[in-house]
Design a protein around this ligand. Structure first.
Ligand SMILES: [Zn+2]
Ligand SMILES: [Zn+2]
Length: 383
C-alpha cells in the first residue's frame, strides 16, 4: 500500500496535512476499525454541516432544492446519521490502536448535537441574496462516497492505489467547489443556450420533440449532447490556447470516482454551455432534460472509477470506465472523446479500445506539466 511516507512527489501539501492529522500506519482491512472510523467521520462531518444548513438555510441551500425538500424526512435522516456517526466512531475507538478518526468523528457529531441536531427550527420567510449549495455538497459526498469507496476497494483496478491516493484533496476541492458554487456555475452554463434560444427557437422541432415519449427524448438528448461534447472536447485537445484549461482534467495520475471532478472552471462552463445550445434550440421537455442531467452526472463519475469491470458487449454501446481510462492514457493520446456513446468516436475516427480487455498502463500527461495544487491549477492555464 503506497502512503505519503513513500516520498512520492505527487502528494500535495494538503494530502500530507490530512495524513499528519488523521492518518495512521495501521491495517486498513475489514475489522481493523479503519472503515468504521472513516464512516463515523464522514457521517459526523456531514451531520455537522447539515445542522449548519438547517440553521442558515437561506444562505446554504440551492434555491431549486429548497422548496423540494421533504423536511421531516431530512430530519429523520439527520437523526439516523448522527446515531450512526456515534456508533461507527465508537467502534473505531474500540477496534483501532490509533483513535484519531474516531475522536474526529465524535467531535463533529457532538458539534452537530450541540448546535441543535435534527430539531433546529426553520423559519421559511428568510431570504438571502446569495445561495451556496452546501446541502447539495453534503448529499453528494455522503451518497457517492458510501457507494464508490466500498466498490473501489472490493473490485479495484489498481489495488495499491488506495482511497487517499496522491492528489485526492485537490480533486476533493474541485468536488466541493463545483457543488457549493452550483448556482453560479449553472447561471454561466445556461447563458449561451438562453441567449441563442431567445434569438432563434426551432418552434416546429420543439413541438415535435416534446410530443415524443420521455425515454425517446432522453435518448435524443444524449446523442445530440454527446456529438456536441465530442467536438468541443476534441477542440480543447487541438486548439493551442484551449488545451491548458482541459489539461487540468488530464493531469490526474490516479483514476477514481473523485478524479472526474478535476475540471477547470473555464473548461466546465464552455463545454457544458455549448452542449446545452442545441438542446435549448430544439426545445426538449424539461423532465427529459432533468433525467439526462442525472444520467450525465452518474456516468461522468462512473467512467473514472478505479474498478476492474468488463462490460463485454455493453462496452460497444455505452461509454464505460475502460473506454474513458484510455482517453486519459499517457499513450496513445487524443482517443475516445465521447462520454455517452463510444460509436461516436468510431464515426469520427478516434475510437481506441483494445480487444484484449487491457487498461492503459499509465494515465496522465507525458512530462507532468500541470502543478498539483488546486490554486496553482486555477491560474496555470492563464500563464
Ligand atoms: Zn480530454
Ligand atoms: Zn475524464
Amino acid at each position: 500500500m503506497s502512503s505519503p511516507g513513500d516520498s512520492d512527489r505527487s502528494y500535495t501539501r494538503l494530502d500530507l496535512w490530512f495524513e499528519r492529522v488523521l492518518g495512521d500506519r495501521g491495517s486498513q482491512h475489514f475489522g481493523s476499525g479503519w472503515f468504521s472510523g472513516l464512516i463515523g467521520l464522514l457521517l459526523g462531518a456531514a451531520s455537522f454541516f447539515a445542522v449548519l444548513v438547517f440553521h442558515f438555510h437561506e444562505w446554504l441551500t440551492v434555491n431549486e432544492l429548497r422548496s423540494q425538500y421533504p423536511v421531516d424526512l431530512m430530519r429523520g435522516l439527520l437523526t439516523l446519521a448522527i446515531i450512526a456517526a456515534f456508533f461507527f466512531s465508537a467502534l473505531n475507538l474500540l477496534l483501532r490502536p490509533s483513535k484519531r478518526l474516531g475522536i474526529a468523528g465524535i467531535a463533529f457529531t457532538c458539534g452537530a448535537v450541540i448546535l441543535g441536531g435534527a430539531g433546529v427550527e426553520i423559519e421559511h420567510d428568510r431570504q438571502a441574496p446569495l445561495h451556496l449549495g452546501l446541502d447539495w455538497l453534503v448529499l453528494n459526498v455522503v451518497l457517492l462516497s458510501l457507494v464508490f469507496v466500498p466498490l473501489e476497494r472490493l473490485f479495484p483496478l489498481k489495488p495499491e492505489q488506495g482511497t487517499f491516493r496522491p492528489g485526492w484533496t485537490t480533486d476533493g476541492i474541485y468536488f466541493a467547489v463545483s457543488h457549493v458554487a452550483v448556482e453560479l456555475l449553472t447561471f454561466f452554463t445556461l447563458l449561451p443556450a438562453t441567449l441563442v434560444s431567445q434569438a432563434w427557437q426551432a418552434e416546429a422541432l420543439g413541438v415535435q420533440a416534446k410530443s415524443l415519449p420521455i425515454a425517446v427524448q432522453v435518448l435524443l438528448i444524449m446523442i445530440a449532447a454527446d456529438v456536441t461534447q465530442y467536438w468541443v472536447h476534441r477542440s480543447f485537445h487541438r486548439i493551442r490556447w484551449a488545451w491548458p484549461f482541459h489539461a487540468i482534467h488530464h493531469s490526474s495520475r490516479n483514476m477514481d470516482w473523485l478524479a472526474g471532478s478535476r475540471l477547470h472552471v473555464v473548461d466546465t462552463v464552455i463545454t457544458r454551455g455549448l452542449i446545452l445550445v442545441p438542446l435549448f434550440v430544439i426545445g426538449f421537455a424539461e423532465q427529459a432534460l432533468y433525467i439526462w442531467l442525472g444520467i450525465v452526472a452518474a456516468q461522468a463519475t462512473f467512467i473514472h472509477v478505479n474498478m476492474k469491470f468488463r462490460f463485454r458487449w455493453l462496452e460497444h454501446l455505452l461509454v464505460t470506465p475502460r473506454f474513458h481510462h484510455w482517453h486519459h492514457a499517457v499513450r496513445p493520446i487524443d482517443k475516445n472523446f465521447a462520454v455517452h456513446f463510444p460509436w461516436i468516436d468510431r464515426l469520427f475516427g478516434t475510437y481506441y479500445l483494445p480487444a484484449d480487455g487491457s487498461w492503459p498502463p499509465e494515465v496522465g500527461i507525458h512530462g507532468d506539466p500541470v502543478p498539483a495544487e488546486f490554486g496553482a491549477q486555477l491560474i496555470w492555464p492563464f500563464k
